[in-house]
Design a protein around this ligand. Structure first.
Ligand code: SAH
Length: 374
């Protein structure tokens, strides 16, 4: 193993940043009403605006014909300010994978990816501009954290995908977003409040929110243990994914530097607690890196670490073929090693899947979101 360089771990975003303008999707239904009243506008219009935004997925004020023309601009400016601009959309898999590069109000860049399958459509969203977790194999981790995104900035990515699907812009006919995964840029549990706000907006019934099932939402984390414990107590059964990548502290300290704060044991305990409290099976993410974490003995150790918490089906392992990032010294595992890894986990009774690598050629696959404008 190479010498480990000390990596800065950034938990708090830089101070003194300007915040994005408040938006309907940041607010609860009562707060939306209150905001309009503060602006001297009729509060009951908030419901109509919510119906346009979450229910009809309208973005052009001209289509909001139930709002009085004289007040429309003010109402829209008050609750539906422009938060982000799509700079570029790239397509792969015959248009069923679409990556969008967004420019936020302050120039920060983030990316989201829409992946349509025969039976579902998944939006992979960013929760931070950049990321402070500094995992050395992840493209986003290399640039550090710029800032947390607001709830509405995260929700907007999902709504944009929902619009594209509803309008039949994605091959396969009109459709809906069925799944949302917080696997884009950023560490969602480091932006806990805005991410929980997003989960509420996504799951609140239309027109207050998008009316999605919590089960279709996956929050993926490096393992911020106190936040994982907190999430278990929210009473919203989202799926939790833990990016483990190594079953032993020595290697995980290098691959996921936050491990120097929360050990493998503490982190897996928190994942197990999540499964116990929510009765939702936790997903262990494991990016397979050739000669680094893909040895047969590590598969056995991973199996033991997970099984030590019980064999009641609380967990499954999702192996991700590493997407090598530019300049990285790591490559994906040999297929034979990957098969052996799967075999050893399954031999211990642990359900194991290998993730597909959609969107690779547009750098839209896991860990490749770097948001450079070139
Ligand atoms: N911060 C969250 C979300 C990040 S992205 C987390 O770490 O879970 C979602 C997944 O992609 C994580 O499991 C992450 O470890 C993985 N990932 C990052 N870079 C990758 C790469 N180059 N190849 C494959 N998976 C990668």
């Amino acid at each position: 193993m190479s010498e480990r360089t000390p990596l800065p771990l950034v938990f708090d975003e830089p101070r003194g940043r300007k915040k994005p303008p408040p938006h309907l999707a940041d607010l609860t239904p009562d707060e939306r009403k209150a905001r309009l009243e503060e602006l001297g506008l009729p509060g009951f219009r908030a419901k109509q605006l919510s119906t346009h935004y979450f229910g009809r997925l309208v973005d052009d004020p001209a289509e909001m014909t139930d709002l009085p023309a004289a007040q429309r601009d003010e109402l829209v400016a008050g609750l539906l300010p422009d938060l982000m601009t799509p700079l570029r959309t790239m397509e792969a898999d015959r248009g069923t994978t679409r990556k969008t590069l967004w420019k936020l109000f302050d120039g920060a860049l983030v990316e989201s990816v829409l992946m349509r399958y025969p039976d579902r459509a998944t939006m992979c969203v960013s929760s931070q501009a950049g990321c402070g977790m500094a995992c050395p194999f992840c493209a986003t981790g290399q640039g550090g954290l710029q800032r947390n995104m607001s709830t509405a900035e995260i929700v907007e990515q999902v709504v944009a995908g929902a619009r594209a699907l509803a309008r039949g812009e994605v091959p396969g006919g009109p459709g809906r977003v069925s799944n949302v995964v917080f696997m884009g840029m950023g560490e969602p549990l480091a932006n806990y409040k805005a991410v929980m706000g997003t989960v509420r907006r996504l799951t609140d019934p239309t027109p207050d929110g998008l009316g999605m099932s919590a089960r279709g939402i996956t929050v993926s984390t490096v393992g911020l243990v106190p936040r994982m414990l907190q999430l278990a107590d929210e009473g919203i059964p989202v799926t939790l994914a833990l990016s483990l990548h190594a079953p032993d502290d020595e290697l995980r300290n290098e691959l996921v530097p936050i491990n120097t704060r929360f050990s493998v044991d503490e982190t897996v305990d928190a994942a197990w607690n999540y499964a116990k409290v929510t009765k939702r099976r936790v997903s262990i993410e494991y990016a397979m890196m050739r000669g680094i974490n893909d040895q047969a003995w590590r598969a056995d150790l991973l199996g033991d670490v997970l099984q030590a918490r019980g064999d009641w089906g609380w967990v499954h392992v999702n192996l991700i073929p590493l997407n090598p990032t530019p300049g990285s010294k790591w490559t994906a595992s040999d297929p034979a090693d990957e098969r052996e890894f799967v075999r050893r986990l399954e031999a211990k009774g642990i359900p194991t899947t290998v993730r597909d690598t959609r969107g690779r050629e547009i750098d839209g696959a896991c860990g490749q979101l770097a948001a450079t404008e070139s």
